[in-house]
Write a new protein. Structure first.
Length: 144
């Protein structure tokens, strides 16, 4: 769970990256069109993958899918899953495995291949590295 939270914090940092500037308008009609254009959405954790070491020193990979669902694995073993969302400038995760509730982590802009230090709202510290997105493993089919 802590690993997932840390990874989410790293994702939140990526969410803070600046959007590209719109090109300057050549005339007033173009300026009017740019003024009414939709503003790009803020960065989201969705479709990002992060790596970090848990408190026991094990390598963990956490992936957040397009719907904000995350899965944390160590090797081929799932260790946590739940949901992750951005709230202001923090990445907040709620595990479906434990009952600790939502845990939020500090963030900053991070590109693929870069690391950041993050701190949870409970004071836990973690270094996370953003890696190329890898879709989370498929859930097993229900039995029955």
């Amino acid at each position: 769970m802590r690993l997932t939270i840390c990874l989410t914090a790293a994702l939140a940092l990526v969410a803070c990256s600046k959007p590209a500037e719109a090109p300057r308008a050549a005339d007033n009609s173009a300026a009017d069109a740019n003024a009414t254009a939709a503003v790009p959405a803020a960065f989201q954790l969705n479709e990002t993958t992060w790596t970090f070491k848990d408190k026991d020193g094990k390598d963990v990979e956490e992936t957040i899918d397009a719907n904000g669902n995350y899965v944390a694995t160590s090797g081929s073993k799932e260790i946590d899953h739940g949901t992750g969302v951005m709230k202001d400038d923090k990445a907040c995760f709620t595990s479906a495995v434990d009952k600790k509730g939502e845990v939020c982590w500090t963030t900053k802009p991070v590109d693929v291949g870069q690391s950041m230090d993050t701190v949870s709202d409970k004071g836990e510290k973690l270094t996370v590295t953003r890696v190329a997105y890898q879709a989370p493993p498929a859930a097993p089919a229900p039995k029955g």
